[in-house]
Design a binder for this molecule. Sequence first.
Ligand code: ADP
Length: 620
Amino acid sequence: MRPTRSQAAVFAAILAASLLASLAAGWLGPQVDNSAYDWTFRHHPPRDVRPVSMLLTIDEESLSAIHGMAGLRPALAAALQTIAPARPAVVAIDLILADEGEPAGDAALEAAMAAVPRLVLACDLVDSGRRWEDPIPRFQSRAAAIGHVHGDPGPVDGVSRIVPLAKAAGHNRRWALSLEAFRQVSGAPFVLESPDDLEVAGTRIPAKAADSRALYIRYLPASAIPRVSLAELRRDPTLASRFRGKVVFAGVTAQSAMRDRMLTPYSDGAYMPGIEILANIFETLDRKDFLVPASNLAVALASLLLAALAVSAFAFRTGWQAYLLAAIVLVAAHAGPYLLFGRGIVFPYVAPASAAWLAAVGAGSFQFVTVRRRLGKSEAETARYQQAMHFVTHEMRTPLTAIQGSSELMTRYKLSEDKRKQIAELITSESKRLARMIETFLSVERLSAGEMELKREPFDACDVVEVCLARVRPIADRKQIRISTRALEPAALAGDRELMEYAVYNLLTNAVKYSSAGTEVTVSVSAEGSHLRIAVADQGIGMDQNEVKRIFQKFYRTNRAVASGERGTGIGLSIVEQIVTSHGGRIKVTSAPGKGSCFTLVLPALMGERAARAPGQGSA
Ligand code: ADP
């Protein structure tokens, strides 16, 4: 099936509308995209989990054991001293140590910091992001690096999915604490930068400069990262051995004192402590388990492709094939982001899915409507054809009966030469009439189907009227109806003479058919400027205005006409109208019930030299 031009235009409009709507939906639907991301995330858990990091947590129990936050620095110092002999790889402390504390505690912590290798300290943005809050100099001097612990919760739902690996306060830019920890483990002197990614000791990290070096955090399943609390370590110092070679993240996990907890795609409403998020960022880097967002261009192209496929399904196929193809496109639109996630690509869900849905629904309904319309049209066509066949068989019966009857007469009875001649002539004239009827019918059919061009030969209207009058007079005489002519002015016409004869003859027979004995039918041909008028007026049964409006419809007959007992098919005038309009003319009807009707054909007259050559010109 090939769509027509206008259908193709509608299909294209649907495509454009669905694309626009889907882009709008993609813009309005980050909530849906986020939920889809989280769902997909949970269904793609990282495999082969062997965490390199380890948490040193300050939980509720630890806090009460050290008498609250005031005792934190000496207690942390003691803990660091305990694990130092186990030689952890890196110790990252997620506490903002920006204020001077109690001198003995600060001194103890500084000493402990000196005891652990590769210390990374935290800083955070303050003053609405204008300034870094750094550790006091005595701690800073012990740190191998300082990294920011600024989280970036999703703007809509507060779920932490990405981390800005770089963050700047004015011109003062810091790498994320976990990236610094990773650099320390790798022994890289610095982080190498390119517009699209960062590089640390040969590991390329896809984090674009344009997106604040944002990186998707590939969270490990809950509790995958081992932890030891301060209180546990105090109770059992042998636990220190667990920290051997580990990247340690130390920080608060106690609900009451934790300031940096966040939701994660896994958490389902439960918050994850900041240090655990930091450890997960580190694991993402260490495992090189990177997720890369699809570019806007790729999303737009994929949406366009899906919408185009969905529209094409309905533009080029129908029925179950179209629905099947559209269903495949929809499944692809829904499964695409899921499958791409497995290949490390984060693809939005709403834009492509809504593009595919809108295009499929739009094109599907459009096809439904057009198919129905086409069905209706072909049904009407069939009905028309059947009616036409009915007309043909009905109209042809009369001459056929005459021919049959006459030939039977000739064979059965011995007839005089004169009679035989008369009957033979009748047979000839009736068969000619039959042939003419067939010719007229076929011409009109072909004309209305647009398959035939109208003949354009000049002829005289009066000639046509005279011929028709000669044929109709015997019928009129039989009904005792007088036919008079008025002002038969010679007037040239261009067109198909046969068809015009059919039209005039039809008006004349109708006038006779629908009039009663003793009345008169008047025929006139008059030229009026560039037009000529052929008028047939009768004093017959007439019609009211509603009936006049409908008489050119195929198979319509007025009740009056049916009641008159005259036989008719109700098709003649519809053919007359077609003939007249195809000659560039129109029909005027005036009528009143019981008074009579007047049918006037108004036709463009043939002017000038060609008119002079019209055969029969001036003979009437
Ligand atoms: P038919 O005469 O075979 O029924 P037509 O198409 O020629 O079919 O005419 C359609 C209908 O218009 C007729 O059935 C009749 O009701 C009405 N009609 C046509 N001509 C006249 C007329 N001169 N006077 C009254 N009614 C007419």
